[in-house]
Design a protein around this ligand. Structure first.
Ligand code: ADP
Length: 244
């Protein structure tokens, strides 16, 4: 696939806030087709790692994607290198339709001229994203009235049409119903099979059905790494989770 050379390599990542070290020398390797979960109790440093990768937190060490160093670059240049993220609160254009949201995201990648193209023609990438996120039947619905889960899927769709090849998703199932969680699980499996996907998650239970690898963080460090079964059976991981 066209994604096969994509490779996230985080080495010795360190983030300090006013003398408090939130991330202390984290190494992380994620390849395309290997969906990775980042888990750990509150305050473990999960979101700060995503912030560092996307240029929102100042960090030292190294973050390479596809061999390109991202640390020290501005956020928009990191996005242009194919890195996209979601936040816990979905940020979509509430007054616009699902299709218009995807169109704008696609246009942002192709430049302003694309926004002026003939009305009525939906680009193939947008059609594909609508199918992938399961919102094809809601294409003309105003984003503001979508259910919480649907907004999260739309935001993921916007990253897909922007051609993000590394997707960093921050607690995508937080606040979702059980049915929405299951659908999100399917969506992550499909995207993760192709692109490089890192999912920050607090709830261990959600990972149970995935064969993907899991990195457990604790106090800014990697505590354990392995399959769900492996990390779940690790006494150090149990201690951290029961103690939190
Ligand atoms: P997690 O996502 O695992 O819950 P975070 O990455 O949000 O953890 O936070 C890691 C630690 O860094 C926490 O102790 C948090 O209070 C601290 N922290 C995060 N952002 C800031 C900031 N902007 N200023 C100071 N401390 C911060």
């Amino acid at each position: 696939s066209r994604f096969r050379h994509d490779y996230l390599e985080v080495r010795g990542l360190r983030v300090e806030f006013d003398g408090f070290v939130a991330v202390q020398g984290v190494d992380l390797t994620v390849t395309a087709g290997d969906l990775r979960f980042l888990i750990g109790p509150n305050g473990a440093g999960k979101t700060t790692i995503v912030d560092a990768i996307t240029g929102l937190a100042r960090a030292t060490g190294s973050v390479k994607f596809g061999g390109v160093e991202l640390l020290g670059r501005k956020t928009h240049r990191i996005a242009r290198a194919g890195v996209g993220r979601t936040f816990q609160t979905a940020s979509v254009f509430e007054e616009l339709s699902v299709l218009q949201n995807l169109d704008i995201a696609a246009g942002a990648r192709r430049g302003p001229a694309a926004l002026l193209r003939r009305r009525g023609r939906v680009p193939e990438s947008v059609e594909q994203a609508l199918e992938t996120i399961g919102l094809a039947h809601l294409r003309d619905t105003q984003a503001g009235i979508l259910a919480h889960g649907q907004k999260q899927w739309l935001e993921i769709g916007m990253l897909l049409v922007q051609d993000a090849r590394l997707l960093l998703l921050d607690e995508p199932v937080a606040g979702m119903s059980q049915a929405e969680r299951e659908q999100t699980g399917d969506l992550l499996q499909r995207i993760g099979a192709q692109r490089t996907v890192v999912v920050v998650e607090h709830d261990m239970e959600f990972l149970r059905s995935f064969a993907s690898s899991v990195t457990v963080l604790h106090m800014g460090r990697v505590l354990a790494e392995g399959t769900y079964a492996q990390v779940q059976a690790d006494p150090r991981v149990q201690e951290v989770y029961l103690g939190s």
